[in-house]
Design a protein around this ligand. Sequence first.
Ligand code: NAP
Length: 219
Amino acid sequence: MKIGIIGAGNIGGNLTRRLTALGHDVSVANSRGPETLRALAEETGATAVRAEDAARGAEIVVVTVPLKAVPDLPSDLLAEAAEGVAVIDTGNYYPQRDGRIAAIEDEGLTESRWTERHLGHPVIKAFNGTYAQDILDRHRPAGDPERIALPVAGDDAAAKAKVRALIEQLGFDTVDSGGIDDSWRQQPGTPVYGLRAGAEAVTKALAEASPQRPADFRA
Ligand SMILES: NC(=O)c1ccc[n+]([C@@H]2O[C@H](COP(=O)([O-])OP(=O)(O)OC[C@H]3O[C@@H](n4cnc5c(N)ncnc54)[C@H](OP(=O)(O)O)[C@@H]3O)[C@@H](O)[C@H]2O)c1
């Protein structure tokens, strides 16, 4: 599958490693330009591109930049993506890093709703509570008792199904965590955030979340 990854840091870099290892055709971009991604491209066989070219022809696009950088992404980022493209948002709002975002703090928008408004395209929230290193170290075959599950939220059923299938191929079970308006259940500070457990425990943790933003994650 053709996959575009925007952001080549902890999460973007490790997704590039695993998705290329699985045989996907990956284009990866950062803010400084493809010449700064030569080592990652050589290591993985991914194609380093400019952010404006990363989604071209892609069936899945991963946006994995700090939240504060989302408004800086090219406005036509997804214009040349494949029809029906699924956009994965791995983002979290950390006010200490991202600055105060009033729409999240005051209006109560979920982080992913805020991001999709900037992108002008629905997103699927996934990987936001997954340690980047776990993408490399904790994948397991289906049925393995140690296989962990990741929550996946989104409003577009077809896109969500495509993303869940990809995550399962990457070596993780998935739990449908509802729509984007429900995705506060997996935001920073919730019981499922950073939880390394199977589907049953992930489902329970999602149910136990409180809609109130924890003080540590408010500005
Ligand atoms: N780290 C984790 O374990 C983890 C886990 C789950 C979720 N997350 C979330 O996932 C997101 C990414 O986290 P991360 O730790 O992978 O970040 P990171 O290591 O800081 O990497 C960020 C990447 O985004 C790129 N970037 C920044 N602005 C950009 C722009 N305008 N256009 C294109 N690329 C841009 C950076 O490129 P340059 O280096 O060229 O600026 C860099 O490659 C965050 O919201 C984070 O909270 C992180």
